[in-house]
Design a protein around this ligand. Sequence first.
Ligand code: PXP
Length: 250
Amino acid sequence: MTDYAGTLRLGVNIDHVATLRNARGGDIPDPLRAAELAQKAGADGITAHLREDRRHIRDADIERLMDALSIPLNFEMAATAEMQAIALRHKPHAVCIVPEKREERTTEGGLEVAREENKLAGFIAPLREAGCRVSIFIAADKRQIDAAHRIGAEVIELHTGAYCDAHAEGRMEDRDRELNALREMSAYAHSLGLEVHAGHGLTYDTVKPVAAFPEVMELNIGHFLIGEAVFRGLDAAIAEMRRLMDEARA
Ligand code: PXP
């Protein structure tokens, strides 16, 4: 199976525009405005994570994004009944199931699919029936990929955080090991018929080796792009990421 149709897509995660807004409690900066700008700047999709504690994206943001965007929304959420009901109400293009702990600063690891297979199979079935593409955010681990495949997910998103952390901390052996695992597991997941996405912590310095994996169809990138936007503007920050992705792919 070598159907690598289409170019590598870039999903821009706008959570941290909401983080900045919520720091002052008002309405600015508006994550929808960022999403519209990202759309103009060449994003193929917008990603937003409605966390249980609503620390960044709020319910009303999801509603406004669904109304206003003409590119797909990738709705990240924990596997809870509340989030399932919200997803079923909005029916976004894609739903990405992520693990969530209140005390964490960000999504620290992948979902433990293998241990909760039955529960997750039942959880994603109505989402799939509603027409959402269901993605599962997991570590580059064969056990988790097999489990994601068995529960009927169409997509997996591989957690690139460990690779990016190792790079940032100068642990080059660890970085190379993590990158190898991502490479091998992308190919393995693809061989099962899963669509492969990747994301978390990616920057201009770390994006190219991941973008070069032919099986990876989408990268979801947020924190770095929103930070970089402070210095060069969101459209230029996205354009540069897009350029690096295309360069890696070529
Ligand atoms: N993909 C998933 C599933 C995530 O949970 C996140 C973070 O919310 C990202 C991608 C983007 O990570 P970052 O903001 O570090 O680029």
